[in-house]
Design a protein around this ligand. Structure first.
Ligand code: IMP
Ligand code: MG
Length: 337
């Protein structure tokens, strides 16, 4: 803090939603800014309820937090309005007037394109919507009457509040390996998912960022087609407790063990200053629900140390269960707040 970018290091679904909701509850976060589009779902467990948010920023769990959708984001109006209702954030959410709009026709184009089907897209239509934006024929938020009450100038709001030393969290979506620039092209999404791109989508310059928090899951998963180094079978994934289905589309997620080379590459390209490691309890079940590092068994600590040694970045947050508060926070003990 004050300005932290949260980015995913693998193929999305690293657990960014959980980390963001933890930070929003524990740290005094004044602004949480969502980037990307509706293809990404952030799962948040809060007060016994599960939210799979495609549009509303995960920081909604903190009722003092102003929520924004950045100018580089792509808004699905119906989904946005539905989630605003569900999370009850009508009075504190804003949409940048320059954010572009994703329409039903884009989803149809996505689902009927043989090429896009071959990539295993989510079918929401984000690729075709982004194409239209680049062609400069897209609708923007300012053209949509239902969005009138929400229109904002996100870049001004964020930068003004940074001038006042407020805490801002820029919420990335997906992971670096899905980046159209840095990922496993052509098996990638339609945007750059790096920390730099998250800043750009929000309207924040690189000199204003204090920390880049890279979220890595203790094993890797991927939905859709494309390479996944070290991939194991579905049966094996089930046996290990690594089998997941996608929060957005319900598809099976493919699984593989944690890859240190990929983690190093994400740290490098994102310029990570901190790591959040999620789902350690799925690899070391004795960690389940742990809230202090003393409760973490030695093998798990060795795994954490190896990540730190290989990447040169400290693992400050460790997720030990689904709830926002199932987490080991090492920031105080390591003097990093
Ligand atoms: P698209 O983003 O829908 O065009 O899909 C392109 C690729 O990115 C496919 O492999 C999708 O499964 C993947 N993808 C897109 N969004 C997410 C996400 O939020 N989590 C995981 N994979 C995603
Ligand atoms: Mg997700």
């Amino acid at each position: 803090m004050p300005c932290t970018v949260v980015a995913g290091g693998f193929w999305g679904d690293e657990g960014k939603g959980k980390i963001i909701s933890y930070l929003a509850l524990k740290d005094k976060i004044d602004f949480c800014v969502r980037t990307g589009s509706v293809n990404a779902a952030h799962t948040i467990w809060y007060k016994g309820k599960r939210y799979a948010l495609h549009m509303v920023p995960g920081g909604f769990v903190n009722e003092e937090c102003r929520l924004l959708i950045g100018p580089g984001a792509n808004v699905h109006v119906e989904q946005f309005l539905k989630e605003v209702e569900e999370t009850n954030v009508k009075n504190r959410i804003g949409v940048d007037s320059q954010a572009s709009i994703i329409e039903e026709k884009h989803s149809t184009q996505d689902k009927t394109s043989e090429h896009l089907k071959g990539l295993g897209t989510t079918g929401w239509g984000v690729g075709p919507a982004v194409e239209e934006r680049v062609r400069r024929t897209a609708k923007l938020a300012r053209d949509i009457s239902e969005l009138k009450p929400y229109l904002a100038d996100a870049a001004s709001e964020i930068n003004d509040s940074l001038n006042k030393q407020k805490n801002v969290l820029l919420e990335g979506t997906q992971g670096l390996m899905l980046s159209v620039f840095h990922g496993t092209y052509p098996y990638v999404t339609s945007r750059d998912t790096s920390a730099a791109a998250i800043c750009s989508e929000a309207g924040v310059g690189p000199t204003r960022v204090d920390d880049v928090l890279l979220v890595l899951k203790s094993f890797m998963t991927r939905v859709g087609t494309g390479p996944l180094p070290g991939e194991i079978s579905k049966e094996e994934a089930m046996k290990r407790g690594w089998f997941e289905t996608a929060a957005g589309t319900g598809r099976d997620r493919r699984a593989a063990p944690f890859d240190f080379e990929l983690a190093k590459r994400s740290v490098m390209i994102d310029g990570a200053t901190q790591i959040a490691l999620t789902k350690i309890d799925c690899v070391y079940p004795e960690c389940k629900g742990a809230k202090s590092y003393e409760k973490v068994p030695i093998e798990a600590k060795q795994f954490v140390s190896k990540i730190e040694k290989e990447t040169g970045v400290q693992v400050l947050l460790i997720g030990t269960g689904p709830d926002a508060l199932d987490l080991v926070d090492r920031r105080n003990s390591l003097n990093k707040t």
